[in-house]
Design a protein around this ligand. Sequence first.
Ligand code: BES
Ligand code: ZN
Ligand code: ZN
Length: 497
Amino acid sequence: MIRFSLENSVSATAALVIPFFESENIAKQIPDIAGIDSSSLLSILETKDFEGKLHQTTWVYTGEIEVPRVLFLGLGKKESCGVRHWKQAVGVAVVAAQLKKITEISLVLPQEFTKKFGISEFAHMSVVSSEIANYAFDIHKEKSAQTLPLKKCVYIAELSPAEKKLFQEGIKTGLVIAESINMTRGLGNTPASQMTPAFLAESAKKLQKKNPKIKVKILSRPEIEKLKMGCFFGVASGSAQEPKFIIAEYFQGKKNEAPTVLVGKGITFDTGGLSLKPWDSMIDMKFDMLGGATALGILDAAANLNLKKNIVVLIPTCENMPSGTAYRPDDILVAMDGTSVLVENTDAEGRLILADALCYAARYNPKEVIDFATLTGACLVAIGNERSGLFSQDEKLVEGLNASSQKVGEQLWRLPLGEEFTEAIKCEVADIKNIGGVGGHPRFGGASVAAAFLEHFAKFPWAHIDLSCSHYGGKGKAWIRNGANGFGIETVVEYLK
Ligand code: BES
Ligand code: ZN
Ligand code: ZN
């Protein structure tokens, strides 16, 4: 973890990071900071090498002992620089420092953001994005190739004592949330050989050890069978790993207040089962438990922020494997509520395990249920990996989640539910089937059909988040490393607050 502090001078061991908005007048934006002679910075501006474009960076070496190096950091146009761009820019600075093996930065805070975001929010957002950028999953690489994490970050701002207090509170909040986010990312990045259902269950137990207000209960095969979770059981049947049903409760709200239930898909590896995925679609399927890990991250943050809320997390977790004991296409499974489901594709397994978890959620008489799932490739095709799909018929929930996501700079995009999708899962031999398309192809409208399947089991105010952007594939970005990114935790923690 980085040590954060608030000061108004620069230390010589640190790299000074100065953010700039894209404009003609870069020179005017150089802050007046004791110890730096701005004339040494002006030469760069005589060239057009740095224009303040979003994500742009340029190192400037001043030749001065007090501040030997300065990172010019682009924020893009002032009008379009909101929370999302600011957070990305902070991440860019952290990664840029890491790449130079610099372990300390002094970051100048643009004055306008303290007003635009609110002081404690500004601190909190800056801390979260720094910690996210500082995280790397590289324990399997040789030591010398591992990233050298940033150790210290000094924010440079002139604030009144009251503002300072708010800022310090924001730092604390940010650290709690960031820790939960990086915990979730760690779970997602862990290979499935280690990240078994039992391992995920143990990880949930660890949250209780850290904060005894969280109570964790793990159900194993006999209990799952006894509960008649036939859909979950069906999916788990091909694997040598025992399925687990994770229940984590945090009751710190009013006694009689109905809880918010968070349900997360916990497929620790998705081969597709007998409807086996081609090799290139199977890569990254270790991330198929990120819905569950996200729900745990939210609970961890909520508990450690001491939110006065009643929150329950439910995670059905198993592996989806092909084998002689695996469930098959044409099988008919029966969910906990008695719904019979024809399996036409064993790769549409997430909705099956979530069906039983949603049935179980009804036991709590919940105020609302939000589920998180890396559910469909179709959602990724529809909206790409910079947003996640949001499905709900509950306008208040949609409004609340959208507003929270905008506040923290995450992006949700509402996709439809509706009669054509509900129609698509109707079936002649069972109550419903696990795949269906709207139009000429079984994949048409795939993300909404999957959501409509879940909707069948959601007998309470409910929203479904298809986590199509829960991880980055390929090369990653300048502000975050490749792999699990913790999407959704900040939004829902903000929503719960
Ligand atoms: N875990 C996958 C969805 C997925 C695919 C997530 C790619 C992230 C990236 C899910 O279990 C799945 O395989 N869905 C199928 C559904 C289809 C068979 C109707 C899909 O999307 O292809
Ligand atoms: Zn699948
Ligand atoms: Zn899956």
